[in-house]
Write a protein that binds this ligand. Structure first.
Ligand code: FA5
Ligand code: MG
Length: 398
């Protein structure tokens, strides 16, 4: 049973409890998660597009493959690349699984975001679940109409921090579809490229010296097709695939007289670059120290935190005069404990009703960035903190 549905097992079944435990996390809908922040940032570049963000990741093999004209023997269908419930039902491997659904919804421009699942290698940039956002746009297959649509897009060329290279040309290896007029394809392709380039310019407006390049690609569901890569730490990182929608898909959705484009973009890689997040697993951590670094609508640079356990000690004392400077106290703790101190927090501030004396209690969180600390060593440091506070600030320890 998964989300109230039962899927009979067969020789295709290979979903695992670990991967199933991810399907209700919906990181792209958790407002503080960088995946959601970046989704919204992308959406803000496509104001008049309809947004579908809550389609179930459990789809049919028809949706994930057949509807997109992915051949029966295509390697991307194999059990070793996908998580199957059975021969007919699979965890979507891309948001393109919802293209037909969107095209049939009557919406002329839409975005679909969601979690996607692939069996893959394991390293800092690969995880069996990641997130994609799909964009689809179509209009009348008519040169005049296409020209009008294109004029409505004004590409913002103000920003100069981005070096954009596109030397692709439509050629037999990455061809026009025979049913299309080349002029119409040129217009819709220009519309696609303008839309994507202006999104990238906006998203990376604050990144210095960004390099972006367009290269030829192949997808069964688009032609011509391209991929966009950005240079990050000296390496070209593929961020999206796109192209002119296979007309057979348009026809399937009863849109024979329309022509369209589609793109599918990974959110993790963009988020890792923008937020400076070094490891893809961090998006999934339930450690509050991760999520609390981020706010909706903002791109805060990630600050690494320790994966070792804390050792927590409280200290309380009566202060002698009423002047108390918390920063001086923190400075003193740092002086004694060095980098082993992670946080210092006032947890109690009490004034005795009769004597009018004021008592403070601070909680000191000790933690190392690179090893486990022992209670014994922290006790020695804490004793040292106590003695120093007593001597330097003239307080009475409790
Ligand atoms: C696709 O998934 C196509 N559906 C994209 C597409 C849509 C093409 C519409 C044309 C029209 P691809 O497998 O290349 O293509 O993945 C698209 C993007 O998802 C990649 O560019 C990358 O940013 C991201 N991605 C792919 N695999 C991973 C992975 N293992 N981990 C993180 N991100 C990934
Ligand atoms: Mg690819």
């Amino acid at each position: 049973m998964v989300n109230g549905q039962r899927f009979p097992r067969d020789e295709w079944t290979n979903v695992t409890p670990t991967v199933l435990s991810k399907i209700n996390r919906k990181l792209h809908l958790q407002p503080q998660n960088p995946i959601s922040i970046i989704r919204q940032l992308i959406e803000s570049n496509f104001q008049d597009f309809q947004k579908f963000n809550n389609h179930s990741p459990i789809v049919t093999t028809k949706q994930n493959f057949d509807d997109l004209f992915i051949p029966k023997d295509h390697p991307s269908r194999t059990k070793s690349d996908n998580y199957y419930f059975n021969k007919d039902v699979v965890l979507r491997a891309h948001t393109s699984a919802h293209q037909i659904q969107g095209l049939m919804s009557g919406s002329r421009k839409f975005l679909v975001s969601g979690d996607v699942y692939r069996r893959d290698e394991i390293d800092a940039s690969h995880y069996p679940v990641f997130h994609q956002i799909e964009g689809v746009f179509y209009t009348d297959n008519d040169i005049q109409q296409l020209g009008t649509e294109l004029k409505q897009l004004q590409e913002d060329k103000k920003t100069t921090n981005i070096q954009l290279v596109d030397d692709t040309v439509i050629k037999p290896e990455n061809p026009y579809q025979t049913c299309h007029q080349p002029e119409a394809v040129d217009l819709i392709a220009t519309h696609l490229k303008h839309s994507i380039n202006s999104m990238i310019r906006n998203i990376f407006a604050d990144e210095p010296n960004l390099k972006v390049r367009w290269i030829d690609a192949y997808f069964p569901f688009t032609s011509p097709s391209w991929e966009v890569e950005i240079e990050y730490k000296g390496e070209w990182l593929e961020v999206l695939g796109c192209g002119v929608v296979n007309q057979k898909i348009m026809n399937q959705a009863h849109l024979d007289d329309k022509i369209g484009w589609a793109f599918g973009m990974g959110l993790e890689r963009l988020a890792m670059v923008l937020f400076g997040i070094p490891d893809i697993r961090l998006f999934w951590t339930e450690d509050e120290r991760f999520i609390n670094q981020f706010e909706p609508g903002k791109i805060n640079k990630f600050m690494p935190f320790s994966k070792y356990p804390p050792c927590i000690k409280d200290i309380s004392f009566w202060i002698s005069e009423n002047k108390w400077h918390e920063n001086d106290f923190c400075e003193l703790v740092r002086g004694v404990a060095g980098d082993l101190v992670e946080t210092v927090e006032l947890i109690d501030d009490f004034t005795h009703p009769k004597t009018n004396r004021r008592s403070l209690c601070y909680r000191i969180n000790y933690r190392s960035m690179d090893r486990n600390v022992t209670n014994e060593e922290i006790n020695i440091i804490q004793e040292n903190v106590r003695n120093t506070v007593r001597d330097e600030f003239n307080v009475e320890l409790r």
